[in-house]
Design a protein around this ligand. Structure first.
Ligand SMILES: Cc1cc2nc3c(=O)[nH]c(=O)nc-3n(C[C@H](O)[C@H](O)[C@H](O)COP(=O)(O)O)c2cc1C
Length: 337
């Protein structure tokens, strides 16, 4: 039987499949099922500073309105304060105690001081490591990319000094050169990189001419950009590569490891196909490894990376041009008449 052990942020996992950050962690019964199905680790949903600030404002509004209407009550309880990250930390600790697999935390803060304060608080919960969710949506054209990147790297460096647990960076593909940014992350000492995050985007309803925010899950094959970058990174960084986005079954896991990933994170496929799907993914991986005679994950990890592949041109621009040159073939598949 194949040995599926691998690492994420240097932490040993029994197999490469991690439940990515999501609201699934809010349901302990679901988490128990997912653990029984064989998942190797869990990333707890992100602690968003923005959300805590928003809740504080809502609470201030509610207390303010109540005080206005009930002046004497407002005087009795003048200091009602939001619990801050307290509830998040409490639920995270509860989850860590209820499972027997590593649990990782995820953080997205706004201010430098908050990144540090929350990282320290999360580090005390018993997490196996901390994922920094570098989610940022620039809306100001004057904010240049090198400033954004150097600020993110400075946060990582500060946190590396501050907390003793391993750290990974979960990033979007929207950097001018993600390879350069990841090389900086690697140099700053991150033990892992999660490629890539996926953002929910607003949609427009043309009837009422308003925005709405659909809760879309990813689709099969949304993993292609991840596959490419896993292959470009393997052998060039020390950090563990964790693949995320559109990974839907065991064959996708095999592809990611062949490209160079040590582990994968899954969310949408667990929502769609339920916990037992994880068992199937593990079985597919095991059966494939046995059939191929691979005894460990390292036996085939990165075999098709740019550094190791017999066809490194698959990663190069020339190949992209090659595909476009052949694109007339598409007419045969989708004729206009
Ligand atoms: C309901 C839901 C909640 C999510 N919450 C978080 C979160 O708190 N932090 C985070 O970094 N990513 C979050 N994500 C993104 C996922 O972790 C993951 O990166 C993304 O869904 C792509 O992976 P997938 O194709 O396996 O779904 C969430 C996704 C979903 C669907």
């Amino acid at each position: 039987m194949a040995d599926l052990r691998t690492t994420f942020m240097g932490v040993e996992l029994k197999n490469p499949i991690i439940l990515g950050a999501s609201s699934l962690v809010e349901d302990l019964n679901a988490i128990k099922k997912i653990e029984r199905a064989g998942v190797a680790a869990i990333v707890y949903r992100s602690l968003f500073e923005e959300q805590i600030n928003l809740e504080q404002i809502q609470l201030d509004d509610q207390v303010g309105e109540y005080s206005y209407r009930n002046a004497e009550m407002g005087n009795i309880f003048p200091e009602i304060k939001h619990a801050g990250a307290g509830e998040h930390l409490y639920n995270l600790t509860k989850l860590i105690k209820s499972v027997n697999i590593p649990v990782f935390a995820s953080l997205n803060a706004i201010y430098d001081q908050s990144w540090q304060d929350y990282a320290v608080q999360l580090g005390k919960t018993g997490i196996a490591g901390l994922e920094l969710n570098f989610y940022d949506v620039p809306t100001d054209a004057s904010n240049d990319s090198s400033k954004i990147e150097s600020h993110q790297i400075s946060i990582l460096k500060k946190l590396k000094k501050l907390v003793k647990i391993p750290i990974s960076i979960k990033l979007s593909p929207f950097y001018a050169n993600p390879l350069n940014f990841i090389a900086q992350v690697d140099k700053a000492g991150a033990e892992g990189v999660v490629i890539f995050n996926r953002f929910f985007q607003p949609e427009i309803n043309i009837e009422n001419e308003e925005f709405y925010f659909p809760f879309d899950l990813t689709h099969e094959k949304d993993y292609q950009i991840t596959l490419r970058f896993a292959g470009l990174l393997f052998g060039n960084i020390n950090a563990d590569i964790c693949a995320s986005r559109g990974i839907s079954d065991g064959t996708d896991v095999i592809k990611m490891v062949l490209a160079g990933a040590s582990s994968v994170q899954v969310v949408s496929t667990v929502y769609k196909n339920k916990a037992a799907h994880i068992t199937q993914m593990i079985e597919t991986l095991e059966e494939w490894m046995d059939a191929k005679g691979y005894k460990t994950i390292n036996d085939f990890k990165g075999k098709l990376s740019m550094n190791k592949s017999k066809e490194p041109y698959a990663y190069r621009r020339a190949h992209y041009v090659d595909i476009l040159m052949k694109s007339t073939e598409i007419f045969k598949k989708y004729p206009m008449v």
